[in-house]
Design a binder for this molecule. Structure first.
Ligand SMILES: [Zn+2]
Ligand SMILES: [Zn+2]
Length: 88
């Protein structure tokens, strides 16, 4: 297994009763969550061609909404609410 290219890191879990477990970690391009890559874990992860990176496979992350865009949308919504006098 090669290293997963991209927004990855590297994680080593040291166990008192055995050799350390070395795992690659990578980051979801949509929710910024980290996970350790576990070959054969059975977890479905996805890849976003628009962001050019892996996503964590959570239901919300199958839709391409980059993290920065989510923040921008929330801010825009808040500003709209204020301008309409809805924000209390
Ligand atoms: Zn995610
Ligand atoms: Zn995306």
């Amino acid at each position: 297994m090669g290293r997963w290219k991209g927004t990855g890191g590297y994680q080593i879990t040291v166990r008192p009763e055995g050799p350390p477990i070395e795992r690659d970690t990578t980051q979801c391009v949509h929710c910024m969550g980290h996970w350790a890559v576990e070959p054969g874990s059975g977890r479905t992860r996805g890849w976003c061609p628009r962001c050019g990176g892996p996503h964590c496979g959570a239901p919300a992350c199958w839709t391409c909404v980059p993290f920065m865009k989510q923040i921008a949308q929330q801010e825009a919504r808040a500003r709209l609410g204020e301008s309409l006098g809805l924000a209390r």
